[in-house]
Write a protein that binds this ligand. Sequence first.
Ligand code: FMN
Length: 250
Amino acid sequence: MGSLATETSTSTDLPASVSRSDADILKYGILEIDLVSKNPMELFKAWYTEAQEVPENTYPQALTLATIRKDGGPSARTVLLRGLDQDGFKMYWDHRSRKTDEIKNDARGALVFCWTYKDETGTAGGRQVRIEGILEPLTEDDNTDYFNSEPLLAKIRATACHQSRVVTDNRKSMLEHINSLWHKATSGQQELTKPDYWGGYRLVPQMIEFYQGQRDTINDRIRFRKTSETVDEPGVSMGEDGWVYEKLEP
Ligand SMILES: Cc1cc2nc3c(=O)[nH]c(=O)nc-3n(C[C@H](O)[C@H](O)[C@H](O)COP(=O)(O)O)c2cc1C
């Protein structure tokens, strides 16, 4: 992987990546010849796998999910990526939450992943993936399967808590509910099944941009766009499975 410089270089030498063409130099980047696939979902999977192997990334599945407030303003929070398939990126939560309210009003959303690492010289580096698309609800079968795979305390929290609701009694009633569910579940009196209001969304991507930091700060960006048309524009190449791609200046 390449790197993102943490300090401004004081050297007056022109970095090799500027003085020579991409093809001439051995440089970490997103050169076309390095693309594992021209379908960005495949490229995402490769980067995600690499991010999971890096000790600096304690939560490689953490992402920022941006939605649109009902007044048109921006709204963002961290959630975890819980599944990935050819159609998109899967995440789960309480549908009584603020984010589901916002998504029901406007299904457009964006995700941002940021992964850091140290390169072979010990220099801090970074990768980013930006994704934009449409959020669609997952099926009840999918929601139930995922809920059943959750650890007991997560099931209890999902059952006892009303996500994004204002606390009015210093959390007393919520904690009592959690306590009671814990005793019932651990004594076999109650089996925890998925509440109606709990489930997931899939973000179906229309745009995926990969950013590879470089030690010389001449960072690489490549953007994939989904299109049903044949695109004939300068700098734009045909990808696979309905995607086109183009490089962006850093
Ligand atoms: C590392 C991390 C992971 C999180 N993962 C989730 C998640 O997968 N699902 C979820 O509902 N909230 C998750 N949260 C909490 C959300 O950031 C947020 O507080 C919550 O979903 C309520 O958001 P809302 O009020 O915009 O609906 C996570 C927070 C952090 C810091």
